[in-house]
Design a protein around this ligand. Structure first.
Ligand SMILES: O=P(O)(O)OC[C@@H](O)[C@@H](O)c1c[nH]c2ccccc12
Length: 270
């Protein structure tokens, strides 16, 4: 496991202890039960794939450990609306504060645009899965490198019990095999992260090298390092139709316009 991931997970264990002392798991479950019903996250992506369109999860990311501050003027509600106008199928919101300058409230604000939203964070406990639902998340990210097999399964089960989908992230063949041990209902979306968390190097070849090992009953999402039309076309040529895109859109003055151009989608007014 990489040092940065190790460090982040230590922070998450501390945060979890604080959160539990503030809101009991029971009270959190009640809050999750009162939340607006989940919007179909995986279904929204599948619908795009069936229409032979790029299925984009557009990410709201203010900063990252590898790039520092990416977007100083960060208005989640505006960004979410721009992404919707630019053709995003779904949104990703970083809720981690310590490393990505994200926040739970950004997720709440992003929901206003009407698209399904994933809680992008480092989840290690079902308590955080319930938090995600209580804040209105429709999907959670599960990072295989951060979890053992039993944890991976129990977090995925907790998400599905709350009506959410999961995006299960891998970065090599061994992790992919572990993800695929879960049935499609627990792992409908397979994310291949092109960023190596040890070196921060990004190579789209990571997705291409694993492409053939992903069965047709999962939607493959290529994550990180998508910057230009050619990147999209290269993936489509390899039968990859799902994209998770953050930085290249976040750096544009109007991220919605940038997305529309990237995927050749008509920019909606508003
Ligand atoms: O900004 P990029 O290179 O387009 O990447 C987006 C997304 O893939 C990246 O933010 C990411 C992928 N997996 C993660 C796990 C945690 C935090 C962030 C991530």
């Amino acid at each position: 496991m990489s040092d940065i991931l190790e460090k982040i997970l230590a922070t998450k264990r501390d945060e979890l202890a604080v959160a539990r002392s503030r809101i009991s798991a029971e009270a959190l479950r009640a809050k999750a039960g009162d939340a607006e019903p989940p919007r179909g996250f995986a279904a929204a992506l599948r619908a795009r794939v069936e229409q032979h369109q790029p299925a984009v999860i557009a990410e709201l990311k203010k900063a990252s450990p590898s790039k520092g501050l990416i977007r100083p003027d960060f208005d989640p509600e505006w960004l979410a609306h721009r992404y919707a106008a630019g053709g995003a199928a779904c949104l990703s919101v970083l809720t981690d504060t310590a490393y990505f300058q994200g926040a739970p409230d950004y997720l709440v604000q992003a929901k206003a645009a009407g698209l399904p939203v994933i809680r992008k964070d480092f989840l290690i406990d079902t308590y955080q899965v319930a938090e995600a639902r209580a804040w209105g998340a429709d999907c959670v990210l599960l990072i295989v490198a951060a979890l053992d097999d039993a944890q991976l399964r129990s977090l995925a089960e907790a998400a599905v019990e709350l009506g959410m989908d999961t995006l299960v992230e891998v970065h090599d063949a061994a992790e992919l095999e572990r993800a695929l041990a879960l049935p499609p209902a627990l792992c409908p979306l397979l994310g291949v992260n092109n960023r190596n968390l040890r070196t921060f190097d990004v190579s789209l070849d990571t997705t291409l090298s694993l492409r053939d090992a992903v069965p047709a009953d999962r939607v493959l999402i290529t994550e990180s390092g998508i910057h230009q039309r050619e990147d999209i076309q290269r993936m489509q040529a390899a039968d990859v139709h799902g994209f998770l895109i953050g930085e290249s859109l976040m750096r544009a003055p109007d991220p919605g316009e940038a997305l529309a151009q990237l995927i050749d989608h008509p920019l909606q007014a508003g």
